[in-house]
Write a protein that binds this ligand. Structure first.
Ligand code: EPU
Length: 422
């Protein structure tokens, strides 16, 4: 199939209101968690993304039916028939690792291979495996596959070496049906974790403290299905705010929880954006030329999110002065930099540090998305750039944005998805 691309004619301030889609990083673990719950679950506000279809395929292969239904999915779990996460899915989507905890908890065995996903440097699964081991799983490697077996998962104390989002979610999912109590310390505090716990508690689980550093889970014998609405995607909301900021526009993002974006909004304010919010809306007015943010360091929540690093870099490319980024969460998350340089940005990278000297204007160029958030940063930079850009690598964008072109058009951007790159 010929590659698709976005034709972006930039240079105009974005203006308008936009609704926020459901959060990918909440929807995926929620879908995995339905493996633990007997009967039917209806999830609404599920974004239409390739990663969601991949998760749906995994559920179907495990014998659980997952069908699209309105703005969500209906999942019917009458018992799992498989224990393997297919290799193709593990390669396609890193969050396939989310299925480890629930499959192991439910079936006492799980086979998987190493996950794929965004090219963000080495993304090992050692913490996931170690946590399952601590709960009683025996893990072996056979012919390139990882085999986990556990007669019965046992509650225990697990102290994470780093507050990993995925490991925190996997431990919660493995522990809800385990014997006894699990206490997880140095847990990740991202809002998506509280969303997962809220869903599972609604299904009969006993999870306390999700969203804090210490989470306590009392194992129960059975969980049932429920009806649940996926939380708003805070990073997608940040994308539209950054699109407003980099173009010097005025944007209102609706259906969002402003508190989930505190650190990110602070960064935009430091750059000179005027921001106001209500219970579920954020207004941004970029007004005049923005100025540099002296030092921006990505950190686990509630720090400045690594998922917003590329977006904020696109904004600061055009701000007056020098901004310094430090990426502390992933080893290799500056793949967008080379592409921003093609648009006239002035950025130097050394290891985990990126130094951005703001330029007055960016210009259109042919650029390629190398990962999801880096791709989104290129899209918004192109909307701000003078002239025409061609953005390829859309498979990355489709993993996390339900209709990037349509959304930018809602805000007045001239963005069209084109059929062929020939
Ligand atoms: N890590 C290990 N070993 C492990 C697990 C993680 O060394 O076993 C390291 C990672 O390599 C990384 C750090 O720990 O350097 C943090 O990784 P974490 O486990 O927190 O990330 P994740 O669960 O794989 C989720 C999101 C990412 C987001 C990160 C950090 C999902 C599906 N993915 O990934 O989202 O960047 O948390 O907030 O929830 C995105 O949406 O574009 C995206 C990449």
């Amino acid at each position: 199939m010929a590659e698709e691309w976005l034709r972006i004619r930039g240079g105009k301030p974005l203006q308008g209101e936009i609704k926020t889609q459901g959060a990918k990083n909440a929807a995926l673990p929620l879908m995995a968690a339905t493996l633990l719950c007997d009967g039917e679950t209806h999830l609404s506000h599920v974004p239409a993304l390739s990663d969601v279809w991949a998760a749906s395929r995994i559920l179907n292969r495990l014998g659980v039916t997952c069908l699209p239904d309105g703005d969500g999915v209906t999942i019917r779990n009458d018992g799992l028939t498989g224990t393997a996460i297919p290799d193709a899915d593990m390669r396609r989507m890193r969050s396939s690792i989310m299925f480890l905890g629930p499959i192991l908890g439910r079936m006492h065995a799980c086979e998987l291979t190493l996950p794929g996903g965004c090219e963000l440097g080495p993304r090992p699964i050692d913490y996931h495996l170690e946590a399952m081991r601590r709960m009683g799983a025996v893990i072996t490697e056979e012919h390139g596959a990882i085999i986990c077996r556990a007669e019965r998962l046992q509650g225990t104390h697990i102290a994470l070496p780093f507050p990993s989002v995925g490991v925190t979610e996997n431990v919660i999912m493995a522990a809800v049906l385990a014997e006894g109590e699990t206490v997880l310390t140095n847990a990740a505090r991202e809002p998506e974790i509280a969303d997962l716990a809220q869903y599972l508690n609604q299904c009969g689980a006993k999870i306390f403290g999700a969203g804090e550093s210490t989470i306590r889970i009392e194992g129960v014998s059975q969980l049932h299905g429920t009806v649940y609405t996926v939380m708003a995607d805070r990073i997608v909301a940040m994308t539209w705010l950054c699109a407003g900021a980099v173009t010097g526009g005025t944007v209102c993002v609706k259906d969002v929880v402003p508190a989930d974006l505190d650190a990110a909004l602070n960064a935009l304010q430091t750059a000179g954006c005027r921001i106001a919010s209500t219970a579920d809306r954020i207004y941004l007015d970029a007004g005049r030329r923005l100025h540099a943010v002296r030092y921006l360091r990505t950190m686990p929540y509630p720090g400045f999110p690594t998922d917003a690093q590329a977006l904020m870099m696109a904004v600061l490319c055009r701000a007056a002065g020098t901004s310094v980024f430090e990426e502390t969460v992933f080893d290799s998350r500056y793949k967008h930099v080379g592409e921003l340089l093609r648009m006239g940005a002035d950025i130097r990278v050394s290891g985990r540090i990126a130094v951005v000297n703001g330029v007055a204007e960016l210009h259109g160029a042919d650029v390629e998305a190398m990962d999801l958030r880096g791709g989104a940063a290129l899209a918004i930079a192109a909307v701000a750039a003078k002239g025409e850009s061609r953005l390829t690598g859309l498979t990355h964008l489709d993993r996390g944005y339900a209709g990037m072109a349509e959304c930018l058009r809602v805000l007045g951007g001239d963005v069209v998805r084109m059929g062929s790159c020939a």
